[in-house]
Ligand binder design. Structure first.
Ligand code: ADP
Length: 642
């Protein structure tokens, strides 16, 4: 860590880490709005420290003195312009103090710094999004002192002092009890924070639900509890305002903005628990891809905080859900290791997942625009469940959305139910195409017949889609069929094309043989297409082979992919093949034929967004064609002149 120190008589001077300096500079010089949130940050840190000691005391009961009340204490001194927030929580060791307060390790703050532009006003709004945490004290204080003692150690108490500029001083302090006192020497124009009424109203506004009592001396100097101190999730939903839910989401659950949905429920009976869960509108990709997960669903047992991000409570594919689950029945000494085998945990998970599904279904039915936002953000994650949670397949299929050939833009999404309701009378199967993007998928020649017949095709263009299609397999008894695989059978709808195909087969029999011969290294068969209207040819995979998109993805992931040759389907009504057939009939050994067939094969690759097999050879062939064509053109021009 960039922690330069310089020893003085008693105290050591340390320099803040570079990013920390930048952040402090910003806090002191640029943030003017929402200064009051510093109190929320201090109280929330105190509450975390209390949660931590309570948790540690489960295995080390001696860490807390008998019968001691875990609490936050606020004291005010108007005359000296001092505000102190104390807790008897876990405290910090010297190293923890240096690491936690002197440096910024959290990506949130780093991202916050990176987002900064010259627009300071806009930036000051960002504070609410990322929360600059402890440093926010420097918006109101000219100097800050921390005295802290780590519980469960014999280490002396430590003091930390800073004016928030470049450096801070660390030394030993005199404090017997564990916990942390944070003293703010307020700036001259911030003395309002020594007023009892102001503190009370701020606690009501921001920290009412903190699970520990917050004390403030009343007029007579007697400590009085000023918060509800019943955690928000334990309260009745009807008693909670929308803003309170949102505040809790932002402060305790790592939310950025208003959640898309809030799920608050109390289960009683066989198992008793309270759950307050949020579906955010956005989650950082780092969290979603599990590189850095801080907030997930926290587990509490009878109001005792047990762990952050309890993965056993929520399946992986719902990892965007945040919040709290508080069980009345689990043992307090439950550990990460025993969680997995705990049948109660599994039951809670099942019930909670059911609730989440119901909520998502409501959102989809009642607020389709919001659901669209949800789907855009989390659809690819939710879809993983189709593969990993077969028990909930039906429900997930109702929630799944896809782009399709009837939509005009990426925003037009459809459910499978809607697709089925629009199916043509004689249509048996559900059709889809996979691909890297909508634009590649929708231009695919494989769609030509579907477009002509007005058959809708789903665009499966999320990378995850390739993996979940086999798990979906069918919907309401209708099979999911790839338009780029197998011998297309449109039943009644494709009767005409089948007849044409028969005709083409006999007419092009010999030519097909010849093409197969020319492309023997690349394709396993050549046959007459039923799916093409405008394009000369396309490549299709055998029913059970890996499709082109899957193959490409597997390769990109560094997987070795078994060689599976595809089938070249040719359009018997296309002028090119009619001409080629004529050439072949006159001279089966014609040399040009070979070049052109290779060109057509490359074209088929390009049409599905792939690279040609040999770009140099491809260009050479195109150039030769251009030379021949332009010579023809020149000759014609010359003829005209003469
Ligand atoms: P955050 O709380 O979001 O992590 P802060 O800047 O508010 O960021 O605090 C940094 C860290 O300092 C905390 O994560 C915690 O480890 C430590 N800390 C802050 N206040 C206290 C406290 N009152 N008791 C114990 N540790 C604390």
């Amino acid at each position: 860590m960039a922690d330069k120190k310089e020893k003085t008589a008693q105290n050591e001077k340390h320099e803040f880490q570079t990013e920390a300096k930048q952040l402090l500079h910003l806090v002191i010089h640029s943030l003017y709005t929402h200064k009051e949130i510093f109190l929320r940050e201090l109280v929330s840190n105190a509450s975390d420290a209390l949660d931590k000691i309570r948790f540690e005391s489960l295995t080390k009961p001696d860490i807390i003195e008998r019968d001691v009340e875990l609490k936050v204490n606020i004291t005010l001194n108007k005359k000296s312009k001092i505000l102190t927030v104390s807790d008897n929580g876990i405290g910090m060791s010297m190293q923890e103090l240096i690491d936690n307060i002197g440096t910024i390790a959290r990506s949130g703050s780093k991202a916050f710094l990176e987002k900064l532009t010259g627009e300071m006003k806009a930036d000051s709004n960002l504070i609410g999004q990322f929360g600059v945490g402890f440093y926010s004290v420097f918006m109101v204080a000219s100097s800050v002192k921390i005295v802290t003692r780590r519980a469960g150690t014999d280490d002396p108490a430590i003091s930390w002092e800073s004016k928030g500029e470049n450096e801070y001083t660390i030394g030993e302090a005199d404090k017997k009890s564990h916990g942390t006192d944070i003293t703010l020497y307020l700036k001259d124009d911030e003395t309002v924070y020594t007023e009892g009424w102001k503190i009370r109203s701020l606690i009501k506004k921001y920290s009412d639900f903190i699970a520990f009592p917050i004390y403030l001396p009343d007029d007579k100097g007697k400590g009085e509890i000023i918060n509800e101190s019943k955690p928000i999730w334990k309260r009745k939903p009807s008693d909670i305002k929308e803003e309170q839910y949102e505040d809790f989401f932002k402060q305790a659950c790592g939310g950025f903005d208003a959640p898309l949905a809030t799920i608050h429920s109390h289960a009683e009976g066989v198992m008793e628990y309270a759950a307050l869960l949020y579906i955010p509108s956005k989650v950082s990709p780092l969290e979603i891809y599990n590189f850095e997960r801080k907030h997930g669903v926290k587990l509490y047992v009878r109001r005792v905080f047990i762990m952050e991000d309890c993965k056993e409570l929520i399946p992986e594919y719902l990892r965007f859900v945040k919040g709290v689950i508080d069980s009345e029945d689990l043992p307090l000494n439950i550990s990460r290791e025993t969680l997995q085998d705990n049948p109660l945990i599994r039951k809670i998970q099942k019930a909670v997942v059911g609730k989440i599904f119901t909520n998502l279904a409501d959102l989809a039915n009642n607020e389709p625009e919001k659901y669209k936002t949800f789907w855009k953000e989390f659809g690819p994650v939710l879809k993983e469940g189709l593969h990993s949670d077969p028990d909930n397949k039906e429900k997930l299929l109702e929630l799944a959305r896809f782009q399709s050939s009837i939509g005009d833009t990426e925003d037009d999404i459809t459910s499978l139910k809607q697709y089925v309701s629009r199916m043509r009378d004689d249509q048996k199967d559900i059709y889809y195409i996979t691909g890297e993007s909508r634009s590649i998928a929708e231009k695919s020649p494989h769609l030509e017949i579907f477009r002509e017949k007005g058959i809708e095709v789903l665009y499966m263009i999320d990378p995850i889609d390739e993996f979940i299609i086999p798990s979906i397999y069918n919907y309401e008894g209708k099979l999911l069929k790839s338009v780029t695989k197998g011998d297309l059978d449109l039943g009644e709808l494709g009767k005409e094309e089948k007849k044409e195909q028969k005709k083409g087969e006999s007419k092009f029999k010999k030519l097909s043989e010849r093409i197969k011969n020319i492309l023997s290294e690349d394709v396993k068969d050549v046959r007459i297409a039923t799916r093409l209207k405008d394009s000369p040819c396309c490549l299709v995979a055998d029913e059970n082979d890996m499709g082109a998109n899957m193959e490409k993805m597997m390769k990109a992931m560094g997987q070795s992919v078994p060689e599976s040759k595809r089938i070249l389907e040719i359009n018997a009504n296309h002028k090119i093949f009619i001409n080629l057939n004529n050439i072949y009939e006159k001279d089966p050994k014609n040399k040009q034929l070979e070049e052109w067939v290779n060109l057509l094969y490359d074209q088929a690759l390009i049409a599905e967004g792939r690279l040609v097999k040999d770009p140099v050879a491809y260009l050479k062939r195109v150039n030769e064609l251009l030379i021949t064509a332009s010579e023809g053109e020149t000759a014609q021009e010359d003829e005209k002149k003469e």
